[in-house]
Every structure is written in structure tokens, then in C-alpha cells.
Design a protein around this ligand. Structure first.
Ligand SMILES: [Zn+2]
Length: 188
């Protein structure tokens, strides 16, 4: 199956526009986070795993440490990182991960923030963190590969990057991972 790369791309210009200034740090100190996250550039798999479970995770591969901190404060996100230096920053909420294993990291975040009962799988775009909305087959039919068109009738689309999702083999793998995550965090 051909990948639709164009849907995944967020242009550099768009990214630049999303980058807030650093000056507003102090204004938002102390606001309670509703479990929105920002993952540093090394935690791509963790970010994807959390999005899979339906959580709001800002993640971009080209963020500097300063940009991470700024976005964490301005958007009231908990910064996920393996870099303990972030924990010294009084203005940001951080969760420093010890493990290098992304699935262990995922388990730790779920436990720490008590996310287990709040999973909403298949609601968020894995590529860009946008919200997925149900879309009629007619609407997106011209964009589908023949196999997908023949075998699937239910579709979702990212409201941000327009990427299309359906319950194919990828969905089954995701479902397995989510139930494994639920099971393993319950046992602990
Ligand atoms: Zn998207």
C-alpha cells in the first residue's frame, strides 16, 4: 500500500507559526494541567503510544529545549523527557522517565497520571495529534487505494492534517497494544 506522505507533512512555515514566544512563561505558572503532554524529540514512540490511547501529546522532531519549555508553559503541558535537567526548571511540570524502553515509558506515564480509565483509542491522529472525526466513504473515496475502497466502509479523518484512518491491520495491532497496556498497568 502506498503511503500518502503529503498528509503527514507539516510545513516548516506552519511549525514556525506555532512556535510561541518565550516571554509569557511567568503568566501561566500554577495553572493545573489536564493531562496534556509534550514529549521531547527523543520520545517519538512514547508520543505515538499516548496518542494511540487518545491523549493530547505535542511532539515535533525539530523542537529545541527552549521551545519545548515555552510550549509546555503556554499550553499547560507536562513535559515528558529523559533529561533530568528539565526537572530543575521551576516553571514547567515535568515527568522524567528512567527507562529507555518506550512501552515501559508508556506504562509509567499511564500509572503516574492515572490515565488507565481515560483511554479513548482511535480518537487522535498519530501523525500530528489532531482530533479524528468520522467521515463518509463518499467524501474521501477518490483518495482511497483500491483494496481499501473494496474492503472497508468506515473511515475517520484527521481534522488537522486530513490523514485518513480505517480499521485495517494497523488498527488491529493498535487494539492489541492498548489492551496490553491496560492489562499490564492494572496488574502493577
Ligand atoms: Zn493529523
Amino acid at each position: 500500500m502506498k503511503k500518502r506522505k503529503s498528509y503527514l507533512k507539516v510545513t516548516r512555515k506552519q511549525r514556525k507559526n506555532e512556535r510561541p514566544e518565550i516571554k509569557n512563561f511567568a503568566e501561566t505558572i500554577g495553572v493545573k494541567s489536564d493531562n496534556k503532554f509534550i514529549a521531547d524529540v527523543h520520545l517519538g514512540k512514547l508520543a505515538k503510544g499516548l496518542r494511540m490511547a487518545g491523549f493530547d501529546v505535542f511532539y515535533q522532531t525539530d523542537c529545541t529545549n527552549n521551545e519545548l519549555k515555552t510550549i509546555a508553559v503556554q499550553q499547560n503541558r507536562v513535559l515528558l523527557s529523559r533529561n533530568a535537567a528539565f526537572a530543575k526548571e521551576a516553571v514547567i511540570k515535568t515527568f522524567i522517565l528512567q527507562s529507555e524502553d518506550w512501552f515501559v515509558q508508556l506504562q509509567q506515564v499511564v500509572e503516574k497520571f492515572e490515565l488507565r480509565e481515560r483511554f479513548e483509542p482511535f480518537t487522535r491522529c498519530l501523525a500530528c495529534n489532531g482530533v479524528l472525526q468520522s467521515v463518509s466513504k463518499e467524501e474521501i473515496e477518490p483518495q482511497l487505494e483500491e483494496n481499501t475502497r473494496n474492503y472497508y466502509n468506515e473511515f475517520w479523518q484527521c481534522c488537522n492534517c486530513k490523514r485518513i484512518y480505517w480499521k485495517g491491520s494497523h488498527y488491529e495491532r493498535m487494539k492489541k497494544l492498548i489492551s496490553e497496556l491496560k492489562r499490564s498497568t492494572e496488574e502493577k
